[in-house]
Ligand binder design. Structure first.
Ligand code: BT5
Length: 326
């Protein structure tokens, strides 16, 4: 284990003295000092006290801050600004890396699906998780569902009642009541977060998978598209991005471990979805499908009861229609 990571782990248990850590790790005291200085330079403000080094009470949103006390097997790479965290993660994939999370405070060329633009100014949680799961490529959509579940949980922990619109939009309002007018245009609510999954696969297994997640955290609504919202706009106060990123990664890691079966991810997804039971219109590559969304099936297909029988859709943009009598 490297000194930086060992130092972060030790700090999580309370004060640690330089000499004790050096002895534990069998490295020089100078090496420990260098690791402390490197953390400070990253923005993780380690304090020196009479009892030894102490972690900051309120760690900053930086690589060490997110890794600190993180219960998930990922290394964090933090950037103040990147064109797109997905692009950086793909670069790392090409270099052979895995279990890395690329985080940026701001993206200048953020991407949505189908090369749409993703607006990503400073203050959001923009991150991409690079993993190499040992599953066949056909199962990859399960990871998008898992990411949507993790995103909803992180937003709810921050105090915002988010829900999922199939396949991967995380929205607020719209479906649970008509009092806020959020569903007026059928979009199903105000968009709070989005997910962009990219992968490379061989015939029988995924080679790499990049799950990009964007959550509008501390973002002024006026800088977002008209139908979008942010955690800050919903709660009226700044949210803790470090906590949000950590919850996201921990929830995702737990769910991803179960991707060889699909029941757990699907159950968690159904629990948080606003699409099931609704009249929907999905624009698919082969034309629109209109009917009532009745279920989601592995690895992420939406099951729709239509006038012409049951249909399954695997990709597309989904619109929630007003129910007759609404
Ligand atoms: C998505 O696409 O919702 C996927 C967004 C993924 C963004 C993350 S951020 C980290 C990682 N790095 C990247 O470069 N991307 C990922 P889609 O369903 O196609 O929605 C895109 C549409 O959402 C746009 O056409 C706009 O209408 C709208 N939009 C753009 N920026 C938005 C924002 N910040 N919040 C809400 N809606 C937005």
């Amino acid at each position: 284990m490297n000194t930086r990571r060992a130092l972060l782990d030790a700090l999580a248990d309370g004060p640690v003295s330089g000499p004790a850590l050096a002895a534990d790790l069998d490295v020089s005291r100078a090496a420990v000092w260098k690791a402390v200085e490197a953390l400070r330079e990253e923005g993780f403000a380690v304090e020196s006290t009479a009892d030894g080094y102490v972690a900051p009470a309120d760690p900053a949103y930086c690589a060490a801050g997110i890794e600190f006390e993180l219960d998930a097997p990922y290394v964090v790479e933090y950037h103040d600004s990147l064109p797109s965290t997905n692009d950086r993660a793909r670069e790392l994939a090409a270099e052979g890396a895995e279990d890395v999370v690329v985080v940026a405070d701001e993206q200048t060329g953020g991407r949505g699906r189908l090369d749409r633009e993703w607006v990503a100014p400073s203050g959001g949680v923009w991150l991409s998780l690079l993993t190499r799961p040992t599953v066949p490529p056909a199962r990859a959509p399960l990871f998008t569902l898992a990411a949507a579940v993790a995103t909803v949980d992180a937003c709810r922990e921050a105090g915002v009642e988010a829900h999922i619109k199939w396949p991967n939009d995380v929205l607020v309002g719209g479906d649970e009541g008509s009092d806020d007018g959020g569903d007026a245009d059928g979009r199903g609510g105000r968009k709070l977060a989005g997910i962009l999954t990219e992968m490379e696969g061989e015939a029988d297994r995924v080679s790499w998978l990049v799950v990009g997640i964007g959550i509008n955290a501390n973002i002024d609504r006026r800088t977002l598209p008209a139908d979008a919202t942010s955690l800050r706009a919903e709660t009226g106060a700044d949210v803790d991005r470090r906590r949000i990123a950590a919850t996201l990664l921990e929830r995702f890691a737990t769910l991803a471990e179960t991707a060889d079966r699909s029941d757990r991810i699907l159950a968690a997804w159904r629990d948080r979805a606003s699409t099931l039971g609704r009249r929907v219109r999905v624009e698919t590559p082969s034309g629109p499908v209109v009917g009532t969304a009745v279920d989601v099936e592995s690895p992420g297909a939406l099951v729709i009861d239509t006038d012409d029988g049951t249909q399954r859709v695997y990709a597309g943009d989904c619109e929630h229609l007003r129910d007759a009598g609404d």
